[in-house]
Design a protein around this ligand. Sequence first.
Ligand code: ZN
Length: 340
Amino acid sequence: MSSPERSLEQKSAGGRNGFPKEVEAEALAIVQHTANEYEQKNPENTAWVRGVIRRIDFREFQLMYGELAQKAGVKNINVVQPRDIYIRDTEGDDGGDADYDPMSNAMTMDGDLIAKARGPAPFEEPKFRNEIFAVSLILHQIAHEYTHATGYIGYGKIDLDDGRNIDAVRMGLSQALFRTEDPGNDYYVMFDLFNEGVTEHIAMMMSREYLRRSPLSMPNGDTLESAQFEEFLALQNDEKDDYGAAVEFFGKISAYLAKECEVPQDLVEKAFIRAYYRGEELPVVLLDETVGKEFSKMLMRAKDSEDFNDLVESYILPRASNSLIDQWKRFFGFLGRRIK
Ligand SMILES: [Zn+2]
């Protein structure tokens, strides 16, 4: 069997590239259809969520993300307009709590989940369910999906060894390969959870920054306090989902590479973020050489927190050779630059 692990050629630094108009229109029609169905069944909740979205200053969001991308040398970011944020119901196993769809350039949010978050609290966990929790959830989900949307996105065809020509999407540090004509159904994502770890890391940074810059008023008239938002983040962290494991893993590998390259961890994290925005591929060869061939293969294929934990526990990250460290430094852009 030919290896599906190959890569979509990068056409330009940053932004969203390569989607044919008819692909976009078709994908958007599906998103809108699902959202219309939800709204007809749940008009009150849809209106409530839209009310919260209206209170969010999207110019500030665009500004913040523009500044982050600029640090990576990317001038023009892709943005999602608030009208392209749609409310839907809880999807099957595959659907996330919220989603960014690169095909339609639209975001969707699970309205049922937000309705539960609003309370009143028939639910035991998490400990509190109310407007503060629901508004925090919406802000954080938008920051997470906005991160996906503003990072590098490329769509195109790649050739496989067996002669087939298939569709592929690269998003941030991940790459999805569509093995059939139907992009929604049969796909395979490389570095999915690693990419989610970086995305969630950025989302936490940006949602906090948003509250620092711009007060967010809730439908009840109160302002969402930073301390309340921190409480929400802590509760989410307690639930320790796949994303939690992914963020932890991103921290671990950054700490290791920082130690080996003798630079602050913060700089390694920023270098990964830079690659995420520019669309530079994860250096698979370097990962292989650093921690062994199976590692990057497993990292590519890690699907849930269990995979991740196995991966982190079973690999001892050894001291890297000088030449390897030089290669990492080159990828991170640390060579020939003064480290501040
Ligand atoms: Zn995500």
